[in-house]
Write a protein that binds this ligand. Structure first.
Ligand SMILES: [Zn+2]
Length: 387
């Protein structure tokens, strides 16, 4: 199974310059190659790779970067074209300096571990803090710039095809209702409260954004404002990821079959309230992280249609005529006299639908793979910092 580990790097001053230069060279290559493919649609990855030696002769900067790193830039571009052709992404864009923040050694050898440091070809040996041990053979190494901090993402393969058994294990099923009060309510009655509050951050981000807009283009002050804003976003991201990792671990450790509601993207896009928008993105992340963690342990996650889950009785199935007002926190059934917490009722309905869905699907394996693919793609985008 392919896994990624992210570690913090502590490059020396001179090394920071080399890393920045490498990113800049890669960005130029990316944009130049995009321009070429723009102009001539017959040009593909192989044509551009064959052109690399010539580029190196003409431009001394290309010589200062490991050749596989340059090849990986072309791979990245090719991937974005493929995504565009498969209609899952927009047409690739030229990258501004702020938007291009990483480069990749696609093979072991270009990067190595030596004397407790990370040895990068054409860069040198960089201090690294390994807060945990990676398992498996080393595959790739992506160096990432996050404003003033540096990280590396090491991809490993432990050689095991898949830990999963390949079938839906419904031994420990759970349905999850995502509440408006920013809670998770589980079908077994458990509630996971959310201590995240992004109101203050949202205010700060808005203020910094206005501040940035007032600054003159290409001025030093503008750059300072941009960095300040980016740092605030980073804080939000770190807090969110920390929370999401903790909660998804709890879920994945305890349940083997997890049903979420399907996300309704339309509503998400319309939300102009920044703090709420961040929260909604957090729920999205939670689903993805839970999916890959559960699958790693051999379980399955499913997305069920959320329509009507709050009006239907989870015991007898009778549907209440009126939509429950949001202030009413308990659900009372007129058919079987069930009295239950409103969110718990919804969570039970979600679980029911997920189980029915899993039984209806003749090949649960396919469902699992689909989610797994999605999760890993998003996951990769996340670790590469381009998500
Ligand atoms: Zn009932």
């Amino acid at each position: 199974m392919i896994r990624s580990y992210k570690f913090r790097l502590y490059p020396a001053k001179q090394q920071v310059k080399v890393l920045n230069d490498t990113i800049e060279t890669c960005r130029h290559l990316y944009n130049d190659s995009l321009g070429e493919r723009n102009a001539d649609w017959d040009v593909g990855y192989w044509e551009q790779q064959n052109l690399l030696p010539l580029r190196k002769q003409e431009n001394k900067y290309y010589k200062q970067v490991h050749s596989q790193v340059l090849q990986d830039v072309l791979q990245r571009l090719d991937k974005s074209y493929q995504a565009f052709f498969r209609k899952i992404a927009r047409y690739p864009k030229f990258k501004r300096r702020e938007k291009y923040n990483s480069f990749t050694y696609p093979q072991y050898g270009g990067f190595k571990f030596k004397d407790g440091k990370l040895l990068l070809s054409h860069v040198g040996s960089i201090k690294i803090r390994m807060h945990r041990i990676s398992v498996g053979t080393l595959k790739r190494c992506t160096v990432i710039r996050e404003i003033d901090q540096w990280f590396c993402c090491i991809t490993t393969d432990d050689g095991i095809e898949n830990n999963a058994t390949g079938r839906a294990d419904t031994n420990k099923p759970v349905g999850i209702d995502v509440g408006l009060l920013n809670w998770l309510t589980l079908s077994d009655g458990r509630v996971i409260t959310n201590r995240l509050d992004f109101e203050d951050h949202a205010k700060k981000i808005k203020r910094l954004q206005r501040n940035l807009a007032r600054k003159k283009k290409r001025s030093n002050n503008r750059e300072k404002a941009r960095i300040q804003l980016a740092k605030t976003w980073r804080k939000v991201r770190h807090r969110r990821d920390d929370f999401v990792h903790k909660v998804s671990k709890i879920l994945a450790d305890e349940y083997t079959f997890i049903v979420f509601e399907k996300l309704i993207i339309k509503n998400m896009v319309r939300n102009h309230h920044l703090a709420k928008a961040i929260m909604e993105a957090t729920w999205g992340k939670l689903r993805l992280y839970t999916a890959y963690k559960v699958e790693r342990r051999g379980g399955q996650t499913i997305a069920a249609n959320p329509n009507g889950t709050s009006q239907k009785c989870s015991r007898c199935g009778m549907v209440a005529k009126d939509r429950l007002d949001l202030s009413v926190r308990t659900f009372e059934c007129h058919g079987c006299n069930l009295v239950i917490d409103r969110d718990a009722n919804a969570a039970r309905n979600i679980l029911k639908m997920g189980l029915e869905q899993a039984h209806a699907e003749k090949q649960p394996i396919l469902v699992r793979q689909r989610i797994s693919k999605f999760a890993s793609r998003k996951q990769e985008a996340h670790v590469l910092g381009c998500g």
